[in-house]
Design a protein around this ligand. Structure first.
Ligand SMILES: [Fe+2]
Ligand SMILES: [Fe+2]
Length: 251
């Protein structure tokens, strides 16, 4: 079994409340009797893209297992590259990575657009992705990025999803991808894209209720909703199993 702890959107900003919400998730993982094989964090690591925020992320996610991180719309390429263990060719934007952990390959895409909240992949990025996906892989293959292309039927969130998704779908279609793993919409979501499972981790910093939910009366995000994460279990010859957990305060 290969076990992924999938975290998203910690939005660390130097405040104790943000730090404690991330710590709740990390402490939960640290208590496992069988450690996760990898921790994946799908963006909005920092809230303002500041060097001090990346120093905080690096300190909070200094774990005994590999930690893979990719940028979201709140992240900024240069300080992210300088402050985190990123393995991406070139410099500046975008920050694409290919990371192998045990039997699994993770293609980590940067869907952010500097200064914007929505996501977009350039033709150059899609060309890079196609070349990476042409490489043969034996184990599970995950493509992870921040902005899902799927609408949630939410008037605000749907403005900020991945735009111009069809060329991206064309690159992904028919490939031996185990799952697409994303964040950004601050909801645990299970859907599909380009014929593959698309699994969104909950937002650690907050939850964005759908307009018809009671919590929506309080605004775009519910900062009182408990943080959560996704656990993905991959076993050879078996379909991927995903379990969503929320971690209410026990104090
Ligand atoms: Fe976010
Ligand atoms: Fe985001």
């Amino acid at each position: 079994m290969f076990l992924i702890g999938h975290l998203s959107d910690p939005h660390l900003d130097g405040t104790e409340v943000a730090r404690q919400r991330l710590r709740r998730v990390v402490d939960y993982l640290k208590a496992f009797s069988r450690p996760v094989d990898v921790v994946l964090v799908t963006g909005d690591l920092a809230d303002h893209g500041l060097a001090a925020e990346y120093a905080e992320i690096a300190a909070e996610l200094a774990l005994d297992v590999p930690v893979l991180m990719l940028p979201g719309n709140h992240d900024v390429s240069a300080p992210l590259r300088a402050g985190l263990p990123i393995e991406s060719p070139g410099e500046g934007h975008p920050v694409h990575q290919v990371r192998d952990v045990g039997p699994a390959r993770f293609v980590l895409l940067d869907t952010s657009v500097p200064g914007e909240d929505h996501g977009l992949l350039s033709a150059e990025s899609l060309k890079w992705l196609a070349a990476v996906l042409d490489e043969p892989v034996d184990g599970p293959l995950f493509v992870a990025f921040h902005h899902p292309p799927n609408e949630l039927r939410h008037p605000v969130l749907d403005q900020w999803i991945l735009q111009d998704a069809e060329p991206f779908a064309a690159v992904l279609r028919g490939r031996p991808i185990t799952a697409l793993l994303t964040g950004h919409v601050h909801n645990g979501v299970s859907t599909t894209f380009a014929g593959h499972p698309l699994l969104v981790a909950p937002g650690i910093r907050s939850t964005a209720p759908l307009p018809f939910e009671p919590a929506a009366a309080n605004g775009l995000v519910d900062v009182e909703a408990p943080p959560g994460l996704a656990l993905h279990l991959a076993a050879e010859g078996q379909p991927l199993v995903t379990i969503y957990r929320t971690l209410p305060t026990t104090a």
